[in-house]
Design a protein around this ligand. Structure first.
Ligand code: MBD
Ligand code: FE
Length: 280
């Protein structure tokens, strides 16, 4: 639509880069020298191995250099890393868990979304496009006990595949909200079903996708962060059955445990999906 013609990779990338700097830079100092040396050396050795194995040419080396420069210029380091690297970091970070499967956060989370209590609607425009979605669920601990006062933060793209605060002309907290479970750990959320999502194609990541003959699609998804005192933070995404990109998500972030089972309800759909958190 017309208002989205001004959505550019460079603008959403710049927003994602700023968001990352303001939320997450604080935690990055203090990696021990031995660990930095080990990891940096092994990554570089993997690159050297690829160059030798495939006899990479100077033209190819210069293409890489110019592409890496453009990733930074387009603000797409968060996008690039979250699409092609984060899923393995998430796998390693959560392999000990007995509770809910999680998946990657991606570049578009914003803390501090409006609080709606245990039951309510996600902020949306009066004419927000998309099938109404009613979602009920319960947050429990791995021992089965209900977690009252747990926080369920939800964010997702609109029917055009755009996220508020990263694309222009969308209200600040559109399709972003925070819920708090009731005494029985239950919540009820009203939103709209998101559409399949294409990562920006007009920036450096899009250039790589085009040059390699890949596609830019992720399946439709709802992002969540679920937290409760004394429990590990769960970051997850939920998916819809039958989406053609569930099997070839560009971000490799779909797991069978995260696919919903919607049923028709009223003028929309209803889903029942709860979360099991691991104690710390
Ligand atoms: C997204 O919406 C997303 O969830 C991920 C992981 C990467 C890019 C855009
Ligand atoms: Fe997303």
């Amino acid at each position: 639509t017309a208002i989205h013609e001004t959505a550019t990779a460079a603008a959403s990338g710049a927003n994602a880069t700023e968001r990352f700097k303001s939320d997450k830079f604080a935690g990055v100092a203090g990696t021990p020298k031995e660990r930095v040396s080990l990891l940096a050396r092994e990554v570089l050795e993997a690159v050297h191995g690829t160059i030798r194995k495939h006899k990479v040419t100077y033209d190819e080396y210069n293409a890489l250099k110019s592409w890496l420069i453009s990733v930074g210029e387009d603000g797409e380091w968060p996008l690039f890393l979250d699409v092609w690297v984060e899923h393995v970091v998430e796998e390693v970070a959560t392999e000990h868990r007995e509770g809910n499967k999680g998946t990657i956060e991606g570049p578009y989370y914003v803390p501090g979304a409006p609080e709606q209590g245990a039951r309510g609607s996600v902020p949306m425009r009066e004419d927000e496009a998309g099938t109404p979605l009613s979602w009920t669920g319960q947050v429990t601990s791995t021992d089965g006990s209900a977690l009252a006062g747990a926080k369920v933060e939800l964010w997702h793209a609109d029917a055009d595949g755009f996220y508020s605060q990263f694309a222009p002309n969308i209200p600040e907290w559109n399709l972003r909200a925070s819920f708090t479970t009731d005494d029985e750990g239950r919540f009820e959320i009203h939103t709209v079903r998101p559409a399949p999502y294409q990562i920006p194609t007009d920036g450096a990541c899009g250039k790589l996708i085009a040059a390699a003959g890949w596609h830019a699609w992720r399946p439709a998804h709802l992002h969540v962060k679920v937290s409760a005192p004394g429990h590990e933070l769960l970051t997850a995404q939920l998916y819809f059955p039958g989406d053609e990109h569930n099997d070839d998500d560009i971000a490799s972030a779909v797991k069978p445990e995260l696919v919903l089972d919607p049923r028709p309800a009223g003028d929309g759909e209803a889903i029942e999906y709860g979360f099991v958190l691991d104690p710390e």
